[in-house]
Structures are given as structure tokens and as C-alpha cells.
Design a protein around this ligand. Structure first.
Ligand SMILES: NC(=O)C1=CN([C@@H]2O[C@H](COP(=O)(O)OP(=O)(O)OC[C@H]3O[C@@H](n4cnc5c(N)ncnc54)[C@H](O)[C@@H]3O)[C@@H](O)[C@H]2O)[C@@H](O)CC1
Ligand SMILES: Nc1ncnc2c1ncn2[C@@H]1O[C@H](COP(=O)(O)OP(=O)(O)OP(=O)(O)O)[C@@H](O)[C@H]1O
Ligand SMILES: [Mg+2]
Length: 370
């Protein structure tokens, strides 16, 4: 392993899974430990026993990718996000994700949800653009399914080119017909090179249909404890505790062809199959539902911003380089800072909406608007 200017390269000599993988090719894996200001150190392969994830310099990354506010910019340039989610049972999750994207600084936030969910989501906020497009099996006759599926896809495709990022899954539900339609939407997004953040029931879908994301470098998966467990069982055919956490995440991201995975937990761990970063900024001990939804909207915005900057300016002179990893680190850090701030005020009664209210101030503390 080499640690140089806060960036460490390492490998895992005991990792049979990686060693046996066709893609391993003896390369070394990058683990970021930015901002530690440590001495450069050299390790050879044998002296490094296992993969480690070291803390990312999230605040610097946030500053590097957040666009300045400029009177010359027009609506849409700070990001257009679409959330695919929202069904009869769950209307909060897509709302939390989409409104978080706006509160962080995206210009436009759309929600594509089922017909039942749309009026409810619209009533939470006039800021969101809500499309009542998706259908669940109960409302569709068997003989109409093909035509309806084509209509849904055609409607979403009309908008697709305009989006900087999709978030697929918050409150989507697991209806098979609906998930088939969403698979087609994802295939189209992929053909159009639109980044996709996949969370909640979107992870249920891709765990059962890995081809939807496998090998797509603009995909970010944001599993919670249960979602991660299901992915590990499916892809690595083992259990979560069977391997060191960072090493297992690296194998998993590699196993899905280099997608980025943000494993949520006490510390968030992020890997694209080449690097492992951790974000352990103090968050909140409250685990109320909906915090993962904030995270998905947050990652979508920062990923869009990182990608825009990289396309416009080339090398941003920060590490890591990948826009999906940068977006994940920034999204995680901001969510955790906002959760900590909300908890300071609300303690045991902290709710997801309290955290959303703290997103703006948390970003302002790191990158002031002026
Ligand atoms: N207000 C809303 O509309 C919300 C809807 N949500 C949606 O609900 C759907 C299902 O998401 P879930 O997160 O419940 O699915 P999971 O598969 O993660 O959870 C299923 C079950 O596991 C339990 N569980 C969750 N986290 C756990 C942990 N850390 N350790 C042990 N057990 C745990 C839950 O209590 C639940 O009974 C998704 O579509 C999601 O987006 C959630 O995002 C929460 C908020
Ligand atoms: N033990 C923990 N300590 C501190 N922060 C945590 C912990 N677990 C999760 N988080 C943070 O909370 C956020 C949401 O993670 P969580 O695991 O609750 O997602 P989720 O189950 O998908 O949430 P949702 O209810 O929205 O579906 C993440 O950004 C993560 O950093
Ligand atoms: Mg979730």
C-alpha cells in the first residue's frame, strides 16, 4: 500500500474473492484518506493485511463541487432532478427526496409516481412538479398492460434528456407491473447517460435484476442495513459479516461492474470498486424513517454538480475523481451535518422534516452563498 498526500493505495493479499475475480488483474485499490495531512508512507503488498476505508475530506469536496450563485446563470443550470417513486402506501419518501434536492440548491425537482400518490404529494408542496403516470397491477387489466407500459415509458422519455439525475425507488413499492415499467425507464436513462441514484424499492428491483445497473458507471446504490444484506447475499453469495466491511464493499461494487455503492450506517462507506471512502461525520442518534430519502436527493444533486464541473473544467484537483463517489461523499456529509443540527434542537422529537429544514444552514456553514 502507498499513502501519499493523504491518498492511500492498497490491496488485499488474503482476499480470495478479489484474487480469483477476472477483473482483479493485480491492480491495487485506492482508498482515500484525504485531508489527514499525514506523512507519505510506502507499504509493500505483503505488509498490508486488509482493505481499510479512511475518512474522506468531505468539507473540501463539498466546497469544490458546489456551484457559486451567479446572476448570469439561468433556471435549470443548478440541476434538474427527477424522483421515480411514490405509490398508495408511501407518499412521504418521494417527497422527502425531491424536496431535499430543491432545498440543497437544485433548480427543478420532479416526481414520477402512481396516480393515487400524485395529489397527495402535490398537496405537500407546490414546489415539486408531480407527474401522475405510474400504474400498479390492481388498476390495470391484463390485456392493457403492454399498451400502458409503452405509454408510461413514452411520457417519461419526453422528459429524460432534461434531467441531470434520476432517483429511483423512494416509496416506489414492489408491484410487479410497476417495477417492469420502471425497469424500462432505467434502461432508457442508461442509454441516455443520465446518472441514476437507486434507493429503497429501487434496490429491491435491481437486486433481482442486476443487469439494469451492472457495468453502468453513473449508477449509485444507497442501501440501508437490509438492502445491503440482500445485495451481498445475491452478488457475493455470502453474509455481511463474513468479510472485513471495506473489503466486502469493494468486492460488491466490483462485482456489479464498478457501480458506486454508498452503504449507510454508523459511518457511511462508499466504493466504486476501486476506492473505499468513509464519511463518519457525527450525525444523529435518532433513526426516524425518511433520512435515507433525504440522502438520495442529496446525492443526486451533488453528483449532478460534480459531473457538471468535471465536464466543464476537467480535473477539479481533488480526490477522488469520480463524480459518483464525490456526489456520494458530499451527500452523506451534508445529510449527517443536517441531522446533527436538527438533533441539537429537537432531541428525541427530531423528525425527517426537521432535518430537511437544516439542510440549507448546514451547506451554508461549509460553502457560504456569498
Ligand atoms: N414516509 C415514507 O413514505 C417512507 C417510506 N419509506 C419507503 O418504504 C419502503 C420500504 O423501505 P424500508 O426501509 O422499510 O425497507 P427495508 O427492507 O429496509 O425494511 C424492511 C423492514 O426492516 C426493518 N429495518 C429497517 N432498517 C433496519 C435496520 N437498520 N436494522 C434492522 N431492521 C431494519 C424495518 O423496520 C422494516 O420492518 C421504501 O420504498 C422506502 O423508500 C422509507 O423511505 C421511510 C419513509
Ligand atoms: N447508526 C447510525 N449512526 C449515524 N448515522 C446513521 C446511522 N445509521 C444511518 N445513519 C445515517 O442516516 C441516513 C439514513 O440511513 P438509514 O440507514 O436510516 O437509511 P434508510 O433505512 O434507507 O432510511 P429511510 O427510512 O429513509 O428508508 C444515512 O445518511 C446515514 O448516514
Ligand atoms: Mg430507505
Amino acid at each position: 500500500m502507498i499513502i501519499k498526500n493523504g491518498v492511500s493505495l492498497l490491496h488485499s493479499p488474503n482476499n480470495r474473492m478479489l484474487a480469483s475475480s477476472a477483473v482483479f488483474r493485480r491492480q491495487e485499490f485506492l482508498i482515500r484518506c484525504l485531508g489527514v495531512g499525514g506523512q507519505s508512507q510506502q507499504f509493500n503488498r505483503k505488509s498490508m493485511p486488509r482493505t481499510m476505508a479512511l475518512e474522506a475530506d468531505a468539507e473540501n469536496i463539498l466546497r469544490a463541487i458546489t456551484p457559486t450563485l451567479d446572476l448570469a446563470r439561468h433556471k435549470g443550470q443548478a440541476g434538474k432532478i427527477a424522483v421515480i417513486g411514490g405509490c398508495r402506501e408511501y407518499t412521504g419518501a418521494p417527497y422527502f427526496s425531491a424536496i431535499s434536492a430543491l432545498k440543497i440548491g437544485a433548480d427543478l425537482s420532479h416526481v414520477f409516481c402512481t396516480k393515487d400518490a400524485a395529489p397527495v404529494i402535490k398537496s405537500y408542496s407546490p414546489e415539486l412538479i408531480v407527474h401522475p403516470l405510474l400504474e400498479e397491477s390492481y388498476s390495470v387489466r391484463e390485456e392493457d398492460k403492454k399498451a400502458i407500459s409503452e405509454k408510461v415509458l413514452a411520457e417519461v422519455v419526453k422528459w429524460m434528456e432534461r434531467f441531470d439525475c434520476l432517483v429511483v425507488g423512494p416509496g416506489l413499492g414492489r408491484d410487479p407491473f410497476l417495477l417492469d415499467c420502471v425497469s424500462e425507464i432505467m434502461k432508457h436513462a442508461r442509454q441516455s447517460n443520465v446518472p441514476i441514484v437507486i434507493d429503497g424499492d429501487g434496490l429491491f428491483l435491481v437486486t433481482n435484476s442486476l443487469d439494469l445497473v451492472s457495468g453502468y458507471p453513473l449508477a449509485v446504490l444507497t442501501p440501508n442495513v437490509n438492502e445491503y444484506k440482500r445485495l451481498v447475499q445475491k452478488v457475493l453469495n455470502c453474509e455481511v459479516g463474513d468479510q472485513d466491511a471495506a473489503e466486502q464493499l469493494l468486492s460488491l461494487a466490483k462485482g456489479i461492474g464498478g457501480v458506486t455503492i454508498l452503504r449507510k450506517g454508523k459511518s457511511d462507506l462508499i466504493s466504486d470498486g476501486e476506492t473505499v471512502n468513509s464519511v463518519g461525520i457525527y450525525g444523529s442518534p435518532r433513526r426516524c424513517g425518511g433520512q435515507g430519502d433525504i440522502l438520495s436527493g442529496s446525492v443526486a444533486v451533488f453528483l449532478s454538480w460534480a459531473r457538471q464541473r468535471i465536464i466543464a473544467e476537467g480535473d477539479l484537483n481533488i480526490s477522488p475523481k469520480s463524480p459518483t463517489v464525490l456526489g456520494s461523499i458530499a451527500g452523506s456529509a451534508l445529510m449527517r451535518k443536517a441531522a446533527s443540527l436538527a438533533f441539537e434542537n429537537k432531541k428525541r422529537s427530531t423528525l425527517t422534516s426537521d432535518i430537511i429544514e437544516c439542510l440549507g444552514r448546514s451547506l451554508e456553514d461549509i460553502c457560504p452563498a456569498k
